[in-house]
Design a protein around this ligand. Structure first.
Ligand code: HEM
Ligand code: SF4
Length: 615
């Protein structure tokens, strides 16, 4: 295993092409440093060191696969060459880092028909016109004919056969797209509010998302070797990113390694970053490993960031030591330092996150185990400075910006509601025609919707008409329950799904609307409902006012009490509720809300007050 410049170990793995890093410190220094880590506040910060381990620590199987992979190449390269329709277990783990999951259709009986899901990566969900058209075409030509917009501002293409992977991936790369790091144990797509407002804080949040994505992208080149025969098809990183990437003043880097931040082991688990501006919680900021909020001075110029750390959704049924967690305030840093503090947080998770048990490997468990003060102390050692106190923020609001809006530069944008992010048939065709005809650029939202940007006033009428004809109705004509609801793809392609989510959601929403009618709730009454086919939480159900989490065939855990602005975790209300029993369980809850809510009280607040904490 590679060791960072400041880290101490007595067995340094010399992975296939990994560089051997010198162990530059003594035992005494290690001990001194580990004592420093337990101090509540850093007075004089110095290069952080990981305490020495006398006994070799148990590591999960995936850690060994990463270590022996020659930076994500072996045995993926070899497995892609075989005639088999699938790849072996080690290659399955590695291809995730390249942005793909191996899947098979669980609806089909008999032998497994393997295919691959590809996920793109585009910070802030920005999609150039040409890339959109290419993705649309690839879905028809090599996928199952649908384009899926995800909860992390990316596209998913399902159903790509192994022998087409290289064609599809190289086409995406050559059209300025990427799938590198869309899955796997590294930084995933960086979220930011996608809205094309000509506002300094929004633009700055989006630029920061781009820079963080560049800073934390894998550097060792296997992606380009595998998919475009070593061609380096990418634009140069901005100078401040290059400088921050190289900087090793405080022991964040593996000196001389092709992978200076990640080393041979990458991170213990996936890592998620979101950037936003005060009040705009379109990104579900508190569900991320790192959440940044742009802070502006009195003239509206960005001056720094508030930082949250340690959010995450995934959990496992019947394992109470796994849990969803909201990110906690870490502090404030000036804008010049943001890339350095991001590196410091990543290095902390890299060096101290658990690598023995993948269920416990997310940074949320480290923050939980240490507490935020100790976590901050260790981050400060890698950062080399003290983190300033968190600045007070106004309340969060959920912003979807569906329908028409002015951009602030004379042009308009239109937020298109796409049910569960699935573009198919007429809706897909019509969108393509509009995007092609008006040469529009696109942004994907963190809520499975899509934004048409830079629309001139004279085009608006025609675009509205075409969307309507394609079944993409103005949000005014869509049930408010559907507008805010999300479901993960689950069956038939997700291997971890225990029941339906996306395919079942529309019917369940119709049933809930009927229950509303029955108890006398109005059409304007609504709540945030999210569905997943298993407890991993891919549609962030633990932030919903009403969350359905699959816990068996046609059976769900019910979570209640998230807030409409996604600022509070929901809590488990009931388990193993069968699909056919929803009316029996839910109607009384809705009736109680109708009869006993306080003025304007959202369902989630009511549920926390009345159902979840009541004896
Ligand atoms: C084979 C395994 C998996 C597949 C196929 C998968 C698929 C997906 C998909 C499709 C999305 C986008 C969801 C959407 O738009 O509906 C997503 C997002 C997400 N996934 Fe997974 N996932 C897998 C494993 C996991 C695991 C093991 C966890 C957690 C333990 C997890 C947690 C999440 C979360 C929290 C999101 C929400 C997006 C975000 O805010 O980051 N996933 N995943
Ligand atoms: S929540 Fe579970 S079922 Fe849904 S996509 Fe994620 S892993 Fe699959």
């Amino acid at each position: 295993m590679e060791m960072s410049a400041g880290a101490a170990s007595f067995s340094v793995f010399d992975g296939l092409k990994a560089t051997k890093s010198p162990c530059a410190i003594t035992n005494f220094e290690c001990r001194r440093q580990s004592q420093l880590i337990s101090l509540p506040c850093v007075k004089a910060v110095s290069a952080p060191l990981k305490p020495p381990t006398a006994v070799p620590v148990k590591r999960s199987k995936v850690e060994i696969i990463k270590e022996q992979s020659n930076y994500l190449r072996f045995p993926l390269n070899e497995e892609l060459e075989t005639e088999a329709p699938n790849i072996n277990e080690a290659a399955v783990q590695l291809i995730k880092f390249h942005g793909s999951y191996q899947q098979y259709n669980r609806d089909e009986r008999g032998g497994k028909s393997y295919s691959f899901m590809l996920r793109t990566k585009q910070p802030s969900g920005k999609v150039p016109n040409k890339l959109y058209l290419v993705m649309d075409q690839l879905a028809d030509q090599f996928g199952i004919g649908t384009l899926r917009l995800t909860t992390r501002q990316t596209f998913q293409l399902h159903g790509v056969l192994k022998h087409n992977l290289k064609t599809v991936l190289s086409t995406i790369i050559k059209n300025m797209g990427s799938t590198l790091g869309a899955c796997g144990d590294l930084n995933r797509n960086v979220l930011a509010p996608p809205f094309p407002f000509a506002r300094k804080d929004y633009i700055f949040a989006q630029e920061t998302a781009d820079k963080i994505a560049a800073l934390l992208a894998p550097q060792a080149g296997s992606y380009y070797d595998l998919w475009v025969d070593g061609e380096k098809i990418m634009s140069a990183d901005p100078p401040d990113v290059v400088e921050a990437l190289k900087d090793n003043s405080h022991g964040t880097n593996f000196e001389g390694s092709p992978e200076p931040i990640y080393g041979t082991q990458f991170l213990p688990r996936k890592f998620k970053v979101a950037v936003t501006v005060p009040t705009d919680n379109s990104v579900d900021i508190l569900t991320n490993d790192i959440g940044l909020v742009v802070i502006c001075d009195d003239e509206g110029n960005p001056k720094g960031f508030d930082i949250y750390v340690g959010g995450g959704m995934g959990r496992t049924h019947r394992m109470e030591h796994t849990f969803p967690k909201l990110a906690e305030p870490l502090g404030y840093v000036p804008k010049e330092d943001i890339l350095y503090v991001i590196k410091a947080i990543v290095a902390t998770q890299r060096d101290y996150g658990r690598r023995d048990d993948r269920r416990m490997a997310r940074m949320k468990y480290l923050v939980h185990e240490w507490g935020i003060d100790k976590f901050r102390t260790v981050v400060e050692q890698y950062y080399g400075k003290q983190i300033e106190p968190f600045q007070e923020l106004p309340p969060w609001e959920f912003k979807s910006y569906l329908g028409w809006h002015e951009q602030g530069n004379g042009e308009h944008f239109y937020g298109v509601h796409v049910e569960n992010g699935r573009l198919k048939d007429t809706s897909k065709k019509v969108l393509r025609e509009i995007i092609e005809k008006f040469n529009l650029s696109i942004r994907l939202t963190p809520n499975q919707n899509l934004i048409l940007c830079d629309v001139r006033s004279s085009w608006m009428q025609e675009i509205s008409r075409s969307l309507r004809q394609g079944g993409l109705l103005h949000p005014r004509w869509v049930d408010s329950l559907n507008i805010t609801s999300m479901a993960c793809p689950a069956l038939p392609l997700c291997p971890l799904a225990v029941t339906e989510a996306e395919r079942g959601a529309p019917d369940i929403l119709r049933r809930i609307r009927k229950m509303f009618d029955k108890v006398g709730l109005r059409t304007s009454d609504s709540l945030v409902i999210r569905f997943t086919g298993c407890p991993n939480g891919c549609a962030r159900p633990y932030m919903a006012e009403l969350g359905f989490v699959g816990d068996g065939p046609n059976s769900y855990q019910i979570w209640l009490g998230g807030a409409p602005n996604q600022s509070r975790l929901a809590q488990t209300f009931m388990e193993k509720v069968k699909l056919q029993d929803f009316e029996m369980i839910l109607t009384p809850l809705f009736r109680a809300w109708k009869l006993r809510r306080m003025a304007g009280e959202p369902f989630g607040d009511f549920a926390i007050r009345v159902f979840v904490f009541s004896p």
